[in-house]
Ligand binder design. Structure first.
Ligand SMILES: [Zn+2]
Length: 376
């Protein structure tokens, strides 16, 4: 049966259009979009107060870490967080891990997430992702300065129809980093400049350099000069590249990467995670002013109170609501190569529909009460 769904506003072509009436087929395919002068005159319309968007795209998550909810205290800084995650990781059974991921997946769906770029270190929660109504792109992450063989991770990815990605520009040696970027296909996702120490490492200083020296680990990639140059000199220009976090990112880093990747990289911000770990915020104004493609990630429950896209948008502060909602929908879909079917309310697409409630519609701002829920 067809449904006619209406709201005060809907995000259509990047604009918040008034009085949108969206007619959908039973399977969710959008048949038509109308904007009558007065909604009252429309027959058999289901009205929902607020803003309707397409299903949202979570461009950075680690579903498998959902069991670490509340396990690591806030505000320990980047190094403290990394140390704590190593310490507590072994304290949980597989059943606990699977159960937590199952709940997090169901909640993300209810809150309107349609697709996720999900980082994984093992295959423990792959079944949940396969069964989920959410569309997952899994990226198995290669990690470790003493881990130069990529055979196991490529085998794991092949077994699960997933991608391989290098963890970051400070935790993977040169050969595996290049190999992963060149051999794989589809999206790669690189944790980038979450802390100053990543840049400092390349000039031989900072807390990462000290830690590596203590452990006797050597890096063979520092000749690139900066994390951004390493990416530009290692990633083929035709790969869809997600650059994640970017907290300490400077305009020259953006220029180096965006001038190399065809059509530019996608700059994924996870403000709740940055706030949780180190009380920092991503340089959203700079990224926006430079015309970057921006997408939104929740990161994991290890560093977030919940996997809420709306909470992450709210933490980005006073940005035009149309842009915030576009980052969470169509720009995320473009980042994952899913824009032909997801990310926007368009005739012929089947993008899911989400209601954003508790919005200050006078000033078009998210409020403390704002939340999202799935309509279909
Ligand atoms: Zn992450």
């Amino acid at each position: 049966m067809k449904r006619r769904i209406a709201s005060h506003y809907a995000l259509i072509n990047g604009k918040l259009e008034r009085n949108a009436v969206i007619t959908v087929e039973q399977d969710g395919t959008i048949l038509s979009i109308e904007q009558p002068e007065v909604l009252d005159s429309c027959a058999s319309v289901e009205f929902f107060p607020g803003i309707i968007t397409a299903g949202m795209i979570n461009a950075h998550c680690h579903l498998e870490l959902s069991y670490l909810a509340g396990a690591i205290a806030e505000g320990q800084g980047f190094a403290g967080f990394a140390r704590e995650i190593g310490r507590v990781r072994g304290n949980y059974s597989n059943e606990e891990r699977i159960h937590a991921a199952d709940i997090a997946d169901a909640l993300m769906w209810e809150e309107g997430v349609q697709a996720v770029a999900d980082i994984a270190n093992d295959a423990l929660v792959m079944d949940i992702k396969r069964r989920s109504k959410i569309e997952y792109i899994t990226l198995f992450e290669h990690f470790g300065l003493n881990n130069n063989s990529t055979d196991a991770i490529f085998a794991l990815a092949a077994e699960h129809s997933a991608n391989v990605t290098p963890h970051s520009t400070y935790s993977v040696q040169d050969r595996p980093f290049r190999e992963i970027c060149n051999r794989g296909e589809g999206v790669i996702s690189i944790h980038f400049l979450e802390s100053k120490a990543e840049r400092e490492l390349y000039s031989g200083g900072g807390s990462l350099a000290e830690w590596y020296a203590r452990m006797g680990w050597e890096c063979d990639f520092l000749h690139h000069g900066t994390p951004a140059k390493r990416i530009a000199e290692s990633v083929p220009s035709d790969r869809k590249t997600l650059i994640v976090h970017c907290v300490e990112c400077l305009p020259e880093d953006v220029e180096v990467i965006d001038s190399h990747i065809n059509g530019g990289a996608t700059w994924v911000v996870c403000p709740e995670s940055n706030r949780y770990i180190s009380g920092t915020t991503p340089p959203i104004k700079m990224l926006r002013d430079m015309g970057c493609r921006i997408a939104i990630g929740t990161d994991s429950r290890a560093s977030a109170r919940h996997l809420s896209m709306i909470e992450n948008l709210r933490l980005l502060g006073d940005m035009p609501l149309e842009e915030l909602l576009s980052w969470a929908t169509i720009d995320g879909a473009k980042a994952l190569g899913m824009e032909h079917k997801l990310g926007s309310i368009e005739v012929g697409k089947c993008p899911g529909l989400v209601l954003i409630e508790g919005v200050d519609l006078q000033n078009m701002r998210l409020t403390e009460e704002s939340k999202s829920r799935r309509l279909l």
